[in-house]
Design a protein around this ligand. Structure first.
Ligand SMILES: C[S@@+](CC[C@H](N)C(=O)[O-])C[C@H]1O[C@@H](n2cnc3c(N)ncnc32)[C@H](O)[C@@H]1O
Length: 268
């Protein structure tokens, strides 16, 4: 048997160590933070489900990079964001748009660009963490008065009934415990106007068994509330359950059904 060159062994060791460090970092700021918070008597029940990575301004700055979100979404980020923006139609002119949870990447920026181009009335961005609201505000400064930034809980929004034409929820439900997933649906339904739309970007059960198995392992390690999206909770079914037949749905799926954009249009 021929021995591997020393350089190759060194390179492999450094790569393995780097990947292990990144994995360990994400494990601590996601799953381990959840375990510690949900078992702590002093944890706030409204925010105990939120990973540390969304709570600390330092972690937010570290992780809010396109290559991080792109890797988590397996290279589909731009396609997903593009589809969300496309579904905000027919026109944003004079419309009020709400984004429920505004963390990483450029989805808020893309929506804001579309709002500015089409002369929307207002784009309201919310998140339960003030640190995320501040981060979004810093990133979207250039849009001036078009954008409003508010700290709000998605399961108990402080807005009037039927006050938004479009509501965008991008990769939030999979991070909520089941009861909060349903409350999010109720609140989205409450604040959207008749004829308006709620547009979700989310994980979706893949059609391949191998991808499903790999996904389950990933979710088990890092995102324990996410497999509920495959087993116990379907966005369109939850809308129907909570609202009767008040919505029509359009579902786009991506990358062997791993991801979905669900557009729920309120009929009345
Ligand atoms: C995966 S990120 C969502 C991605 C985000 N929508 C974006 O535009 O990139 C999760 C975010 O949801 C927020 N969050 C979690 N629970 C929430 C709740 N109950 N209400 C509002 N925001 C919440 C977290 O603070 C975090 O910023």
């Amino acid at each position: 048997m021929t021995a591997l060159p020393d350089n190759l062994i060194l390179l492999s060791t450094i790569t393995a160590a780097a990947l292990a460090t990144i994995g360990l970092f994400f494990l601590v700021v996601t799953r381990i933070s959840l375990i510690l918070q949900t078992n702590s008597a002093s944890a706030d029940p409204d925010t105990a489900h939120i990973y540390w990575i969304y709570k600390s301004p330092f972690f937010i700055r570290l992780a809010d990079r396109m290559f991080v979100v792109s890797s988590i979404l397996l290279g589909q980020y731009n396609k997903l964001v593009g589809t969300v923006v496309k579904r905000l139609n027919p026109s944003l002119k004079g419309k009020r748009i709400l984004q429920i949870s505004c963390a990483f990447g450029n989805v808020s920026e893309k929506i804001a660009e579309s709002c500015a181009r089409q002369d929307a009335e207002e784009f309201v961005l919310t998140d339960i963490m003030q640190s995320e609201v501040d981060n979004a505000q810093r990133k979207l400064k250039k849009f001036g008065k078009l954008c409003t930034f508010l700290k709000q809980d998605a399961t108990n929004l402080d807005f009037e009934d039927q006050s938004f034409d479009y509501v965008v929820v991008f990769f939030l439900p999979h991070e909520l415990p089941l009861d909060k997933k349903y409350k999010l649906i109720e609140e989205s339904n409450r604040v959207v106007k008749p004829g308006g739309k709620v547009v979700f970007g989310e994980f979706h059960k893949p059609r391949s068994k191998i991808l499903e198995m790999l996904g389950r392992v990933y979710f088990y390690i890092f995102e324990p509330y996410a497999t509920e999206m495959w087993d116990d909770f379907d966005l369109a079914d939850a809308f129907e359950e909570k609202t009767g037949n008040a919505y029509s749905f359009k579902k786009d799926t991506f990358l062997f059904d791993n991801f979905q954009i669900l557009t729920a249009k309120r009929l009345a």
